[in-house]
Design a protein. Structure first.
Length: 451
């Protein structure tokens, strides 16, 4: 049976979705765009007023050819408006789930764009609407309380479900244009011995490391963070550098220990010529802060330390990559701790940057993307943050240069020569035990962002 030419076109809604994040397959073509701002999965739910999913569809959007995403909704029914929930994310950050007997992926809300939209149903003909999923909405889930609210863009973080859309129009977004995910170079000259860590976007943390948690060790849950450019010491602060600082500026109020620490582990401070290139250990956070300040620097925040260690948004498991350290990769698991047998040959702590020569080690070496040495091993490193439990929710959305200054224990990052090799994972944090320890040292950072 053929349709008569006078039949009216059945009402249909055509939805086009755009974003300013980058499809993951294009990241090699766009090296200045952070991998932490890439996506490969779009889930679209048709939901009720209570947020309960009625229908859903998943789109693979990891290629540039997939954008903009377009789909039609021909069976509109009698409703005056339809409520859609759009979630854009990277599949690696999602978990498997079941919905109406079908397998689905549930994105982590801390690292996904999650927008709810009420779209009016056309009375006749074909209506087209364009929906923007803006990078500024990363980590800002919608609320279904009351009339509800959702993030539309950087200027409308809590908008009504009906805002920012319209039949026949919409927000224009182009893939790979989200500016916080673009590399931001350092300003000025690097201090002696320091390297530039260009600013950018990162997904901080690793929930996959939960099995490594211990009373004083925490895996960091995922959160999206923007970090300003800064300079970082290429190596840990050395004994020789400390002795020079004392000669030029006088003694510090709480000098590092020269003998063994409370556990009987030797400290590195010595006037012997053989000690000058050793990393300075047995130093308190107060003293480390003062020593950095003498040179115009400070201790790094946790976010800065992890940004440098994970490769500026590359989300490396370890500073050198994703493979577990070998015994020649980093100064790890080489000290005889009572009750534990090291898996690497027992050896004293060696000089800084002692594991950076690829000819010495057929495996990876303890050097970051930007050439920073010993972020994985050698000594655990002091940061300027305090150990606020991650059970306390931080602000929603992208955090900019986050710091924790609540009174409490300090935070150590990175493994040391006594810890197991998995403890070098970038996404782990440890509590500073208090007092000077032979397994703890530090490095300084310096401002590098444009004023």
């Amino acid at each position: 049976m053929s349709c008569a030419s006078t039949d009216a076109t059945r009402p249909q809604l055509v939805v086009e979705v755009a974003t300013d994040l980058l499809p993951v397959e294009l990241v090699r073509e766009r090296p200045l765009f952070s991998e932490s701002g890439t996506v490969d999965t779009l889930r679209v739910d048709l939901v009720g007023k209570d947020g309960v999913v009625r229908e859903f569809r998943e789109f693979a959007v990891g290629s540039g050819a997939a954008w903009p995403v377009s789909f039609g909704v021909p069976d509109l029914g009698p409703a005056a408006a339809l409520r859609f929930r759009f979630r854009l994310f990277r599949g690696a950050d999602a978990t498997g789930a079941r919905l109406d007997g079908l397998s689905v992926v549930e994105p982590n809300p801390a690292v996904a764009i999650d927008r709810v939209v009420d779209l009016p149903v056309p009375v006749q003909g074909i209506a087209r609407v364009r929906i923007g999923l803006a990078g500024a909405c990363l980590g800002r889930p919608p609320s279904f309380l009351g009339t509800g609210s959702t993030c539309v863009d950087g200027e409308h973080l809590q908008a009504a479900f009906s805002e920012g859309v319209g039949l026949g129009s919409g927000t224009e977004l182009a893939i790979g244009t989200f500016s916080p995910a673009l590399e931001r170079p350092c300003e000025g000259e690097a201090p002696a011995g320091a390297v530039c860590i260009p600013g950018g976007l990162m997904v901080m943390g690793s929930e996959g490391l939960a099995r490594l948690a211990a009373p004083n060790v925490q895996p960091i849950p995922l959160r999206t963070v923007s970090v300003s450019a800064f300079f970082m010491d290429r190596t840990e602060y050395t004994v020789g550098r400390y002795l020079a600082a004392v000669r030029s500026g006088g003694a510090v109020s709480v000098p590092p220990l020269a003998g063994p620490d409370a556990l009987g582990i030797p400290c590195t401070l010595s006037t012997a010529a053989s000690a000058k290139d050793l990393p300075l250990s047995c130093v308190t956070s107060k003293t480390a802060t003062a020593l950095c300040a003498r040179e115009g620097g400070r201790l790094p925040s946790e976010a800065e330390w992890e940004f440098a260690a994970q490769g500026r948004g590359q989300r490396r498991v370890f500073p050198w990559g994703n493979s577990l350290a070998g015994c020649c990769t980093a100064a790890l698991d080489q000290f005889l701790v009572p009750g534990f047998k090291p898996t690497c040959p027992v050896a004293p702590l060696g000089p800084v940057a002692g594991h950076v020569d690829p000819e010495r080690c057929a495996e990876a070496v303890d050097v970051s993307r930007d050439g920073v040495a010993d972020l994985g091993g050698s000594l655990g490193e002091l940061t300027s943050d305090t150990l606020v439990p991650y059970g306390h929710a931080g602000p929603a959305g992208i955090e900019v240069d986050p710091r924790s200054t609540v009174k409490g224990l300090g935070v150590l990052r990175g493994g040391d020569f006594s810890t197991s090799r998995p403890a070098a994972a970038v996404g782990l944090r440890r509590a500073e035990a208090g007092g000077a320890q032979a397994v703890v040292g530090f490095r300084c950072v310096y401002g590098g962002a444009a004023p």
